[in-house]
Design a protein around this ligand. Structure first.
Ligand code: GMT
Length: 388
């Protein structure tokens, strides 16, 4: 692969959703390889706080003109993209999440043509709900279809999402599948310390869930699983001398809407909720298994992050999840809403320490091989050159 250094623009949501995490980490990895990376968004992506060589940030200024009920983002984003292009002559503009990023990029390209500026190649990466939710909305369908089809290149984060896109957009646009990636970082607080801090005995079973708590994650299902696991005196084994079950939720959103259900189910003693934790890695490393009950998920970054620290995964067989979790090898895939199915698999892992350990190390191996930055960043670079 030729090593000419590229000038790459990255447009993404700076929020702590998976697409923002993937886009930011991709940019940082590209900069480490010597490419110049220009992030364009309304806020600095949260992992960019420390400065990195070859990484630049361009803030989109939004006009809060009082006449508008909703301040527009697409238009100022298009203007910002054109300004960046005029100054830095990007080779590639890689937008993450089609709405409204792909449309703003195409608008910017029209302004560039008007001003006699050579445009970058536009690559749109689909992340999930841009297709599975938003493109199904009649008020957005036509502009999403247009923007995806007019991009120079399109990628999807799973084969499942590629299939959804072809079906929902009724398109024959070529779509490249390039998975998400995650690079685990060094543990700074040992497992025992974290468990002690959480009041978890080493013999107890600590399940973990990491997400932005949006409705699609089906948190109520998660809480019903906890209720079944903590029936009969704190253990699902009739209170006999068995490990206690606890669930730790690392919340990237507000948990308070779920408090009434926690009270109703009486699971306060089996649940720990921590909001906006910074050192997620230390908590993932202290867990025994991950539980994810999503209704739909094009990939599931929380699942991959949990696997990366050696936990098997109990999750739903939806969307792209079966491409991330291997049934029986790195976790178990249950039917959506099958609470008892989840409970029986958790019990299985609680009673088989060796099985849990073996599945956990398999999960870590797959996470580091199939979804590591080296593999994925290389694929994106090959794709950039193919499109150029
Ligand atoms: O659509 C969302 O929920 C937001 C989006 C995001 O920005 O986190 O999540 C999607 O993109 C992630 C990164 O590619 C995927 O891991 C998530 O599975 C996907 N969410 C859904 O498909 C529901």
């Amino acid at each position: 692969m030729s090593m000419t250094k590229l000038k790459i623009g990255i447009v993404c949501y700076p929020s702590i959703g998976g697409s923002g995490v993937v886009a930011t980490n991709l940019g940082l990895e590209l900069a480490k390889l010597g490419h110049l990376v220009h992030f364009i968004s309304y806020e600095e992506p949260f992992r960019l706080i420390k400065k990195h060589r070859g990484v630049y940030f361009h803030k989109v200024d939004i006009n809060e003109y009082s006449l508008f009920k909703y301040p527009d983002y697409t238009l100022p984003l298009a203007v910002c993209i054109e300004e960046v292009q005029r100054k830095y002559k990007l080779d590639i503009l890689h937008v993450h999440y089609a709405v409204p990023h792909a449309t703003a990029a195409l608008l910017a390209k029209r302004i560039m043509r008007q001003n006699g500026i050579e445009a970058p190649k536009i690559i749109t990466t689909l992340h999930g709900t841009d297709i599975t939710l938003l493109a199904k909305d009649p008020s957005l369908f036509a502009i999403i279809k247009y923007s995806v089809e007019r991009s120079n290149g399109v990628t999807a984060v799973s084969q499942s999402l590629k299939n959804d896109t072809i079906k929902v957009l009724k398109t024959d646009k070529p779509i490249e599948v390039i998975y998400n990636f995650y690079t685990p970082s060094k543990i700074s607080v040992p497992r025992e310390k974290i468990r002690e801090k959480l009041g978890i005995k080493n013999s107890d079973f600590l399940a973990i869930h990491l997400s932005n708590l949006r409705p699609v994650k089906r948190i109520p299902d998660l809480l019903k699983i906890v209720a079944k696991m903590s029936a009969k005196g704190g253990s699902a084994f009739g209170g006999k001398k068995f490990p206690k079950f606890k669930l730790l939720i690392l919340a990237g959103g507000d948990f308070k809407n779920y408090e009434p259900l926690v009270k109703k189910l009486g699971i306060q003693n089996s649940l720990i909720v921590k909001q906006n934790v910074n050192d997620i890695k230390n908590y993932l490393n202290a867990a025994d298994a991950g539980i994810y009950t999503s209704e739909t998920e094009s990939f599931g970054m929380g699942i991959l992050e949990t696997m990366s620290y050696g936990s098997p995964i109990l999750t739903t067989r939806v969307g792209g999840i079966p491409e991330v979790v291997n049934e029986g090898k790195t976790g178990f895939l249950l039917k959506l809403g099958d609470i008892t199915g989840f409970v029986s698999k958790i019990k299985l892992l609680m009673q088989n320490e060796d099985l849990r350990k073996q599945m956990g190390s398999e999960a870590k191996k797959i996470a580091c091989k199939k979804f590591c930055s080296q593999t994925v960043v290389k694929k994106y670079l090959e794709y950039y050159r193919q499109i150029m």
